[in-house]
Design a protein around this ligand. Structure first.
Ligand code: F6P
Length: 282
């Protein structure tokens, strides 16, 4: 609107594009929302959009509404698309952090601080499961920030749980909190807890799965500033006639990352962070 463009909001992401849930937006539509979690536009997973018929419907709705650029689509139709990296998992290549990640991290911190009271008072071993599908950013940085441990990366050679019990928990501590990233591969926090209960019955073990708590709440200052900068940059990109790029921030500079790279390239966790955690866990 600042740039003299007409803005429309599409409800429920691709689903709204398919069903035509599209509304004209004035600046008042986004007043008093910066402190809110979630999204006023709602969001949904949309199976129909994965089919060519569904995408054709979406494209027809767009054209009918007079929409000629999207802040987010792909190369199938000739529509300029600009993507914003929104996920708590932080697993998108080409941006230092994603929108929502810092808020989720702070939620984990708050939860672990609270769980610690029971862990220390009752001298218990807690396995706390955090989100992140197969990406370890939330678990690793959550552990550094909250003084918790993690079961290190999955390895077939060393029994990681065994190592942790020997080197970490048993040596010096009567209580401990271990962050575990949700994973179908390892079985998550429940799996580790069951094993400890069976193999070391002397330990008093508990599990907390933080789940969708991590995906809500008022955004942190970092996320508000990040989303504002990326949003503004997305409009600049449209006006520069960019297409099919995700807006990211690297070393505090705005960057344009082709969708193909953002989605397909791996974003590994930094080795030095793993080392920091190792050093702090002695
Ligand atoms: O946003 C990504 C993510 O939070 C993953 O970490 C998690 O596995 C997944 O979403 C949960 O998705 P849903 O809400 O559909 O169960």
């Amino acid at each position: 609107i600042y740039n003299g463009l007409q803005v429309k909001g599409i409800y429920r992401g691709y689903k709204g594009l398919v069903t035509g849930e599209i509304k004209e937006f004035k600046s008042q539509n986004v007043s008093n929302i910066i402190q809110l979690g979630g999204t006023i536009l709602k969001t949904a997973r949309c199976k129909e959009f994965t089919t060519p018929e569904g995408r054709q419907l979406a494209y027809d709705n767009m054209k009918r509404e007079g929409i000629d650029a999207l802040v987010i689509f792909a190369q199938e139709f000739d529509v300029p698309c600009i993507g914003l990296p929104g996920t708590i998992d932080n697993d998108l290549y080409g941006t230092d952090t994603t929108i929502g990640y810092d808020t989720a991290l702070n939620t984990i911190l708050d939860a672990v601080d609270k769980i610690r009271d029971t862990a220390t008072s009752h001298e218990r071993l807690f396995f706390v499961e955090v989100m992140g599908r197969d990406a370890g950013f939330l678990a690793l940085n959550g552990a550094i920030a909250s003084g918790a441990a993690i079961i290190p990366e999955f390895s077939t050679e060393v029994d990681q749980l065994e190592e942790f019990i020997k080197n970490g928990f048993r040596k010096s501590k009567n209580s401990s909190i271990v962050l575990v990233a949700e994973s179908e591969l390892t079985g998550g926090a429940m799996h580790y807890a069951e094993r400890v209960k069976n193999e070391y019955p002397q330990y008093d073990v508990r599990v907390t799965i933080l789940g969708h708590l991590q995906r809500g709440g008022s955004p942190t200052a970092h996320d508000r500033i990040l989303a504002s900068r990326l949003g503004a940059a997305a409009i600049d990109a449209i006006m520069e006639d960019q297409r099919n790029v995700m807006i990211g921030i690297e070393h505090d500079e705005i960057v344009y990352v082709p969708f193909s790279k953002a989605i397909k390239n791996d974003k590994p966790v930094k080795r030095d962070l793993v080392n920091v955690l190792k050093e702090l866990s002695i």
